[in-house]
Design a protein around this ligand. Structure first.
Ligand code: BTN
Length: 265
């Protein structure tokens, strides 16, 4: 299969990017995980705005300790951020990342939807995932790494059995290879825009935009807590990005982490 070119000239690409947030782009051929590399760099003092990108990942990581299969043709990147915010605001970084991906995917004529907090899906199949890792010290964030994986120019039929039935890709959806650098530039522009909105504390605007791109509100769900499964209905999302759920018992719960599963309405 013909593969759309990975970043051909990294220094040209970063010199011509012109995005305020993005200060440095580190391009690799095969890392274990761009998140691990970015975390190591952040700990060593790398500044906000450095991006780590790899053509493939040998041990890509997903949420809940899952693997993120990362063959050639997909997009795998991690953004180092060092915002001066309280840790409880960090869920909003998941939301803005998902909005940025959604807008970029939409620009190809597709209609993605975000499942809380940050799975980007088309017809209920996952096209992109986000893994946020951070270090907090005395209620202050030392760094945040936003890891983004997008099924770009890959055929999901080549992924493993249990993953492929839940996944789709841009190539599967539009049957055309997308230019890697153009897509990345578009994505980073969108990320920059919503990150600024986040730093400007325009949380209402972020939540409104997220709701526009999401199919989560009003869904009946099963929620997996560590100890039991709870059933309920999502009624809203608050200014921190936490879900408000009414349980079958009538009890109201605010959910700030974990995995939700939609059930028939
Ligand atoms: C998920 O939906 O489970 C999150 C998937 C996140 C995958 C990306 S790929 C780039 C970055 N590096 C990793 O090891 N994981 C994230």
């Amino acid at each position: 299969m013909k593969i759309s070119k990975f970043i051909e000239n990294p220094s040209d690409f970063s010199n011509n990017l012109g995005i305020e947030l993005i200060k440095k782009i580190l391009v690799f051929d095969d890392l274990n995980s761009t998140n691990n590399k970015a975390k190591q760099l952040a700990i060593e003092g790398e500044d906000e705005g450095t991006i780590v990108i790899s053509r493939i990942q040998k041990r890509g990581k997903g949420r809940f300790n899952r693997e993120w299969e990362s063959p050639e043709g997909g997009m795998y990147l991690s953004i180092i951020l060092k915002p001066d915010i309280l840790p409880e605001k960090s869920t909003l970084l998941s939301l803005i990342s998902a909005i940025a991906i959604s807008r970029t995917v939409s620009s190809l004529g597709l209609s993605p939807e975000i499942k809380w907090p940050n799975d980007v899906r088309i017809n209920k199949k996952k096209i992109a995932g986000i893994l946020i890792e951070s270090e907090v010290c005395q209620e202050k964030i030392k760094y945040v790494v936003v890891g983004i994986g997008i099924n770009l120019n890959i055929h999901t039929q080549n992924l493993s059995e249990n993953i492929k039935k839940l996944s789709t890709s841009i190539l599967d959806e539009i049957d055309t290879l997308v230019d890697y650098s153009d897509f990345l530039k578009n994505l980073l522009n969108n990320f920059d825009k919503y990150y600024k909105m986040f730093l400007d504390e325009k949380y209402d605007e972020i939540i409104r935009e997220w709701k526009n791109h999401s199919d989560t509100i009003n869904q009946k769900i099963v929620l997996d807590t560590n100890t039991k499964q709870l059933k309920g209905k999502i009624v809203d999302i608050n200014e921190f990005g936490f879900l408000k759920v009414i349980l079958e018992t009538g009890e109201i719960r605010i959910i700030n982490s974990g995995e939700i599963f939609f059930i028939e309405n």
